[in-house]
Write a protein that binds this ligand. Structure first.
Ligand code: G3P
Ligand code: CA
Length: 336
């Protein structure tokens, strides 16, 4: 594990003694880009996230009909694009991971067709000023952008791809994993010290990936049964960390009461697992009442709970709260 131990450096001069706090702050992961500010999974949103202070940008990945990985949160693309206006007749119903879903599906469209679409904001209460302006990016384009941004900003900007519905895609003959690794290969980032984490809610494809790549792997977990001591030990056998739903670390009651941290972070760290929680959003529709309208408190609490990284729709707020940030703890991660 590449975790830096908190330390206090004493700076001594002839006349004064000053102390400099150098406690590392969590990695800031731009959740689907800067999706509190721009439509999710667009190059413009990813760029903004990095410029606001994100260390990583997160593309969720699904496949096109012709086997190209694109950045969308789910393979049903009606909620985040104008596909209904352009391909009305292609609406259909499918069962994905046991759930019947009606809409338009990435695997039914070629990349050329998807290139004609424009992204739109998913959530009604967020700004729709950018609807219709941005296209749907490929994973290759996201990596390329991250590398350009890293060079421009003078610090590594990593990618944090999530394989979405990997068993489903394998079942329809469009497996995600080999294509993902080929993309990383193409850009020189299929290596241990690349600024890359691959994440999945499914253990199966992460176990398989462990023997195919040295890139760091993160198992997403969402319920207490996923993080028992035995479950964590199992995860430590194939992954480098866990990505817990944030309430597994700081519980909040239905009435918005915020509780002290659980023991999940120290238990995971004891096994050498990183902890990257999801997802912090400052909108009043998401912020629990217990924070009394002060969203910054949530960022402070997760830092103080010792998490190694956090996904947020608002990397600007994270960067502001964490202030003068130390160099990335992944000092061996280099932009190409
Ligand atoms: O990948 C971490 C977090 O993004 C998981 O939730 O649904 O936003 O992909 P989701
Ligand atoms: Ca995700």
């Amino acid at each position: 594990m590449t975790r830096v131990t908190p330390l206090l450096l004493a700076v001594v001069s002839a006349a004064t003694v000053a102390t400099v706090q150098t406690t590392p702050t969590p990695l800031i992961i731009g959740h689907r880009g800067a999706s509190g500010h721009r439509p999710e999974h667009t190059l413009e949103g990813y760029r903004l996230a990095a410029e606001m202070g994100a260390d990583f940008i997160e593309p969720d990945l699904v496949s096109t009909k012709d086997g190209v990985l694109i950045a969308r949160h789910e393979n049903e693309i009606g909620g985040t694009t104008d596909v209904a206006d352009k391909f009305a007749s292609r609406k259909t119903t499918k069962t994905v991971d046991g759930q019947a879903i009606t809409g338009w599906f990435s695997e039914d469209f070629t990349l050329a067709e998807l290139r004609t679409l424009r992204a739109k904001e998913r959530l009604a209460f967020r700004s729709h000023d950018y609807d219709g302006k941005f296209s749907v990016p490929t994973f290759d384009e996201v990596i390329q952008l991250a590398q350009q941004l890293g060079r421009g900003l003078g610090r590594p900007i990593g990618v944090y791809p999530e394989t979405k519905h990997p068993t489903y895609f394998r079942g329809i003959g469009l497996p995600l994993e080999d294509t993902l690794l080929r993309s990383l290969d193409r850009f020189g980032w299929n290596r241990r010290d690349a600024p890359v984490f691959i994440q999945s809610f499914e253990a199966g494809n992460l176990r398989a990936l462990r023997s195919q790549t040295k890139v760091r792997l993160i198992r997403l977990v969402s319920v207490p049964a996923d993080v028992t001591d035995a479950a964590l030990k199992d995860i430590a056998g194939y992954a480098d960390g866990i990505g817990p739903e944030k309430r597994l670390v700081i519980p909040v009651d239905a009435d918005g009461t915020v509780h002290p941290p659980t023991d999940l972070v120290p238990r995971a760290h004891a096994l050498g697992l990183l902890v990257h929680i999801w997802t912090i959003r400052i909108d009043r529709e998401f912020l629990p009442a217990g924070y009394h309208g002060r969203a910054e408190t949530e960022f402070e609490q997760f830092r103080d709970a010792g998490v190694d990284g956090l996904f947020t729709d608002f990397p600007d707020v994270a960067a502001r709260v964490y202030g003068n940030r130390l160099p990335s703890r992944y000092t061996n991660a280099t932009a190409r």
